[in-house]
Design a protein around this ligand. Structure first.
Ligand SMILES: Nc1nc2c(ncn2[C@@H]2O[C@H](COP(=O)(O)OP(=O)(O)OP(=O)(O)O)[C@@H](O)[C@H]2O)c(=O)[nH]1
Length: 356
């Protein structure tokens, strides 16, 4: 245990470890130190990129959801039961989920039979409203001002987009003038540490890392100490992608959370689960499994610009009611958007009917 605190010759000499060690209560479980933490300092700022922010519709219009609705309403402009039957199929095909799709359509069918809609356009407007109503409760942006440093622990399965999302978050919060620190806690995948360092360099944000195969809890613990001693506003910790069946790796998440609590009883302040939006209904199972291991407090749904069908966001909202903090609409730094129910729905609907 003492070994963990012993200052290594190549330490940066900041005195951070000693200072934070004084604040640590008696330890029963400590992360194993595999190697000396490395701090990658941010390089000098370069001229800021000036990316053009593309609209939600530009990004979402290729989805099965958007294409399905467009084609349905142009092929079938007449208001009747078969339009609703096809609408139900379109929603299910787009990953909205059977229960949510059926309940949405049956509700619209009842209203149609009560002659609430003059034409198919009015039905589409009602659908827009219902979809927004489904998503509004999960539109709860992440507020990082309540704690200092605010600790965000990102979790998810392999390739979901955690590291990329962290890079985008670093950029966003840095642009909002927060002091950001990153922890390279994905010590499992060879390239993950380098990938995070690249994002750090690109966004002038320091990264705390050890070598590959280091103990993730140790890296993240060190990073929280560093964040405290540097008076950083936010620490974002990466973790290795894992499946619920990988017991050892799942236990590691619990260990990371416990070790963080030794420094701050309320940390992590956000357990952000990153979900690949192209995996369809599987996303629902993933969230269910991760929730049982670590108390997920918010979701990020990525890759909605790609081959995602678009509907999984509704399925997640209906199933869990967990806040959807952000959605990934592309691979560049500014492509992570704060989730906005109306903008999302309007990005999926045919342009003539959406309000955007
Ligand atoms: N099109 C698109 N691609 C994305 C988005 N977010 C992430 N990606 C891509 O998804 C791939 C995987 O992203 P990573 O960030 O490496 O995923 P990870 O979850 O850290 O992966 P592991 O370390 O294996 O767990 C990369 O090629 C990213 O560029 C997004 O919103 N849109």
């Amino acid at each position: 245990m003492l070994k963990f605190w012993k200052k290594k010759p190549t330490d940066q000499g900041s005195g951070e470890n000693e200072e934070a060690a004084d604040q640590v209560p008696a330890q029963t479980e400590m992360p194993e130190r595999a190697s000396v933490p490395e701090v990658t300092p941010p390089p000098e700022p370069t001229v800021a990129e000036a990316p053009t922010k593309r609209s939600w519709r530009e990004r979402l219009s290729g989805s099965t959801f958007a294409r399905g609705l467009n084609s349905l309403f142009s092929r079938h402009p007449k208001l009747d039961d078969s339009l609703l039957d096809e609408l139900e199929t379109t929603l299910i095909t787009a990953d909205v989920g059977i229960e949510a799709s059926t309940s949405l359509v049956e509700n619209l069918r009842k209203r149609m039979h009560k002659r609430e809609f003059a034409d198919a356009g009015a039905l589409l407007q009602a659908l827009r409203q219902e979809l927004i109503t489904l998503l509004k409760p999960v539109q709860k942006p992440l507020d990082i001002n309540g704690h200092k440093p605010f600790v965000v622990l990102t979790v998810g399965i392999n390739g979901a987009g955690k590291t990329t999302t962290i890079g985008k978050l670093a950029r966003r919060w840095r642009d909002e003038h927060h002091q950001v620190l990153l922890a390279a806690g994905d010590t499992f995948r060879a390239a993950a540490v380098e990938q995070l360092k690249t994002w750090g360099e690109r966004n002038q944000v320091p990264v705390i890392s050890q070598g590959q195969d280091a103990d993730a809890a140790s890296v993240i613990f060190d990073a929280l100490q560093a964040a405290r001693s540097r008076n950083a506003d936010v620490l974002i910790a990466d973790t290795a992608g894992r499946l619920h069946t990988q017991g050892g790796l799942m236990d590691e998440l619990g260990k990371i959370a416990r070790v963080l609590k030794k420094l701050d009883a309320e940390a992590p302040h956000e357990v952000l689960m990153v979900i690949d939006g192209t995996v369809g209904q599987n996303a629902v199972n993933q969230v269910r499994q991760f929730r049982q291991i670590v108390g997920v407090t918010g979701l990020v749904v990525t890759k909605l610009d790609g081959t995602a069908k678009g509907g999984v966001v509704f399925a997640l909202a209906r199933e869990f009611g967990l806040p959807i903090r952000f959605v990934g609409l592309g691979e560049t730094a500014t492509d992570l958007r704060v989730f906005d129910a109306e903008a999302y729905v309007d990005g999926l609907l045919p342009a003539d009917f959406a309000r955007a």
